[in-house]
Design a protein around this ligand. Structure first.
Ligand SMILES: Nc1ncnc2c1ncn2[C@@H]1O[C@H](COP(=O)(O)OP(=O)(O)OP(=O)(O)O)[C@@H](O)[C@H]1O
Ligand SMILES: [Mg+2]
Length: 253
């Protein structure tokens, strides 16, 4: 089998009224690759992630996942097909425990909700048992089993980010899109999340990280895509991109 790109973004544009937020962006993401999506404020990074996750409709262009055209697929369908994303602002469920936050995602991955799974019936109880085991397994993998009963509202910024990432992983994605996962995260957890990203990549997931902290990008990304004013101005290794005139211009113009 030919190892084509897991995600193939072809000439994608996003418009908000008169604002061209993303202009004719093409990029490819391969399995087991962490790509840093960088660029100054307003460059179009979050808009591009929205176009990939399905939260934002494209004005033109195509998004292919494993060769399948998902351009018109709504977010829930993309999630089922293997695209998971976190948002620039944290979105943990504050009123649920860490365990429940993950369990809801695990059940969603099976196409069932928490309420339905609790309603009884042998098959449903079986699904709940499978989801519960997957949840504990993920908590152990991330060494967070002792935080299972903490409520979302009690978590630190970094712990919330971790729970968001873990929630994505409950759905066994092929592509993970992280929008500024290190914002509001204490330094010791930044290192921890960096290591988690590398482990996630090594487990076979392709990752795009939008990140302003360039030392994080340098540490965790296999290569970078640089955006400015809605366009890709460079796709290269971190070192090559940083020495590129186009990138310096994008940041310091
Ligand atoms: N919902 C929206 N409605 C109108 N304009 C928007 C909307 N979202 C983004 N934009 C505009 O699109 C452009 C790109 O914004 P976007 O949020 O994608 O940039 P970004 O690279 O993620 O920036 P940041 O680093 O600050 O998060 C900006 O000009 C922004 O003002
Ligand atoms: Mg953004």
């Amino acid at each position: 089998m030919s190892p084509g790109p897991v995600l193939d973004v072809r000439n994608v544009s996003v418009r908000f009224g008169g604002v061209a937020a993303v202009r004719d962006v093409s990029l490819q993401l391969r399995d087991r690759e962490v790509v840093g999506l960088i660029g100054p404020n307003g460059a179009g990074k979050s808009s591009l992630l929205g176009a990939l996750g399905g939260q934002i409709a494209v004005a033109s262009g195509q998004v292919l996942l494993g060769g399948q055209d998902i351009t018109a697929a709504p977010p829930y369908r993309r999630a089922r097909l293997g695209v998971a994303r976190t948002f620039q602002h944290t979105s943990t469920f504050d009123g649920l425990t860490v365990y429940e936050n993950l369990l809801v995602s695990a059940l969603g991955a099976q196409g069932s909700g928490l309420r339905g799974s609790l309603a009884g019936g042998r098959a449903r109880r079986q699904r709940l048992a499978v989801a519960a085991e997957a949840t504990w397994s993920r908590l152990r993998e991330f060494e967070l089993a002792d935080m299972a009963d903490r409520y979302g509202a009690e978590l630190s910024g970094g712990q919330r980010r971790l729970v968001e990432i873990m929630r994505c992983l409950m759905r066994s994605p092929r592509v993970l899109l992280l929008d500024e996962p290190m914002v509001g995260v204490a330094p010791h957890l930044v290192q921890r999340i960096q290591a988690d990203c590398a482990r996630i990549r090594d487990s076979g997931v392709a990752v795009i990280i939008v990140e302003h902290a360039l030392e994080v990008v340098e540490a965790v990304c296999d290569r970078v895509v640089v955006m400015a004013s809605g366009q890709v101005v460079a796709q290269a290794s971190y070192a090559e991109a940083m020495s590129s005139g186009a990138v310096r211009e994008a940041y310091f113009a």
